[in-house]
Design a binder for this molecule. Sequence first.
Ligand SMILES: [Zn+2]
Ligand SMILES: [Zn+2]
Ligand SMILES: [Zn+2]
Length: 127
Amino acid sequence: MATEPTEPTERTTRPPDTDDRFEEPLRGVDVDPETRCAHYDDPPDVIALRCGACATYYPCAACHDAVCDHPFEPWPRERFDEPAVLCGVCGRTITARVYLDGDDRCPGCAAAFNPGCRAHRERYFER
Ligand SMILES: [Zn+2]
Ligand SMILES: [Zn+2]
Ligand SMILES: [Zn+2]
């Protein structure tokens, strides 16, 4: 899969700025061009998740809490039909419901997502 050279640049972005490499509002710590971060940087760690309080995408909750002045809040259940996950490979957004019902692949570009993210489900999506 890794046929194109990836930019080595890792960026840390703090509010009110957002990372201009992404079309959606996104920030975090040492974020690479496919949304891997200082905390999760294995090859399949290519999703960013949206905070229920500030509606901004972050590679992980630790990124959020490092740069934000409020704790990360799970995406609220009544908004599960709105985008809450961003694929770092193609930049497409995915609704919470499609992501949670999916098979750990991007429905747009078929990039493999880390299935281990599900272990942290309650951190990111309201029960
Ligand atoms: Zn937030
Ligand atoms: Zn992180
Ligand atoms: Zn994708």
